[in-house]
Design a protein around this ligand. Structure first.
Ligand SMILES: [Zn+2]
Length: 113
C-alpha cells in the first residue's frame, strides 16, 4: 500500500526531528499534502493512525493541510488552478504545464510537549 509507506516515512522523519530537538512526546503534527501529489487523503490518514501506534506520535493529533493544485503554462506563462496533471493552458491550450503547487508532501510543523 502506497499510503502506508508514506505514513511510515513521515513518522520516521517526525521522530528523528523530535529526538534531535530533545523531545519525547509529540502532541501535534501538521502535514502539507498537495492535491496533485498522488495521495489518497483518507487512506493516508488511516495509514498514519495505524502506523503511529507505539511511536512518539501515538497520542498526537495529525493535521493534513490540503494544498490545491496550481500550474503555469510553459509557453505563455499564464498561471491557473490545476485540477489534474493532464490539463491544458486555458489561454493557449498548450499541454506543457509546469506544476507550481499541489505536489507537496512534507511535514510543516511538529509540536512537542
Ligand atoms: Zn499558455
Amino acid at each position: 500500500m502506497h499510503e502506508l509507506s508514506i505514513a511510515l516515512s513521515i513518522i520516521d522523519l517526525v521522530e528523528e526531528e523530535t529526538r534531535k530537538a530533545g523531545g519525547t512526546l509529540i502532541t501535534e503534527v501538521q502535514l502539507e499534502v498537495g492535491m496533485l501529489a498522488g495521495v489518497d487523503f483518507k487512506a493516508l490518514e488511516l495509514a498514519i493512525e495505524m502506523a503511529k501506534q507505539n511511536t512518539m506520535l501515538e497520542h498526537s493529533v495529525i493535521r493534513i493541510d490540503k494544498i490545491p493544485g496550481k500550474g503555469r503554462c510553459k509557453k505563455c506563462n499564464t498561471g491557473f488552478s490545476l485540477d489534474d496533471l493532464i490539463s491544458s493552458c486555458p489561454v493557449c491550450h498548450n499541454h506543457a504545464i509546469e506544476l507550481m503547487q499541489g505536489g507537496e508532501l512534507r511535514v510543516e510543523s511538529i509540536i512537542v510537549n
